[in-house]
Design a protein around this ligand. Structure first.
Ligand code: FPP
Length: 231
């Protein structure tokens, strides 16, 4: 049905709803974030079999620094714990894991965990897992514009500056948690992404939700601005 159907897709995930998940249980928001890390582990494990070659997870945006300091430091602690704890299993599963976003504002323990994870998993070929931390789509585009410094680049060359040389455009953007917005995530890379909004709160998101989103994506006709293939 699709005019261009990649074997292995780039899926990007906005993991929203941790706070509401916790509130519904009378728990602190951080308990929701912790449950969110378990969901992230499930989804990374399920991604290769779901036909995903690149998976980008939105863990912490540049705007998330505006949250209360206690929530921010709990999130940072959870992130470095997750990276350190998962690295060995990711390496064994053939996952290459990397982080996008600013590093200079992250606590040292998070930067160390990122360095270790990226080095230890650099040979992985089964899946490229990218975790966005202190990330802003607009800032990425701005940084690329500075790097281009007036050079007359075409969209592909400029896109490599925005997204990285080896990163395909996003095919499918999934947002859990019921909201319908992009929240400054992968703005350039999502130019022709198919959008999938799911009401399930992120801690409850599981492989079946991922597979349903990918199956729906596989049935869509992607035209990239052209006419339907039969026209
Ligand atoms: C949004 O929930 C989620 C985040 C701010 C991202 C944090 C995500 C995790 C900790 C999941 C684990 C991810 C990795 C890669 C280990 P929210 O707080 O905005 O929820 P709300 O909309 O219900 O308040």
């Amino acid at each position: 049905m699709q005019s261009s159907l990649p074997d292995k897709i780039h899926a990007a995930l906005i993991m929203d709803g941790n706070g509401r998940w916790a509130a519904r249980r009378g728990l602190p928001r951080t308990a929701g974030h912790e449950a969110g890390t378990h969901a992230a582990r499930r989804i990374v494990a399920a991604a290769p079999a779901a036909g995903i070659g690149t998976l980008t997870l939105y863990a912490f945006s540049c705007d998330n620094w505006a949250r209360p300091a206690a929530e921010v430091s709990a999130l940072m602690a959870l992130l470095s714990h997750f990276l350190l704890k998962e690295t060995e299993d990711l390496a064994k599963a053939g996952v290459r894991a990397s982080v996008i976003g600013r590093r200079d504002r992250l606590p040292g323990h998070v930067r160390d965990a990122i360095d270790w994870m990226e080095r230890r998993t650099s040979e992985g070929r089964a899946l490229h897992l990218r975790i966005a931390i202190d990330y802003s789509g607009r800032q990425s585009i701005l940084a690329a514009a500075h790097a281009a410094a007036g050079a007359a680049l075409d969209a592909d060359a400029f896109g490599r500056l925005v997204a990285g040389a080896d990163v395909p455009p996003v095919d499918l953007l999934i947002r859990a948690g019921g909201e319908k917005r992009l929240s400054d995530f992968l703005l350039w890379e999502c130019a022709y992404a198919e959008l999938s909004f799911c009401d399930v709160l992120w801690p409850d998101f599981c492989a079946a939700h991922l597979e349903a989103a990918v199956a729906d994506f596989r049935g869509r006709e992607r035209r990239f601005g052209a006419l339907p293939s039969a026209a």
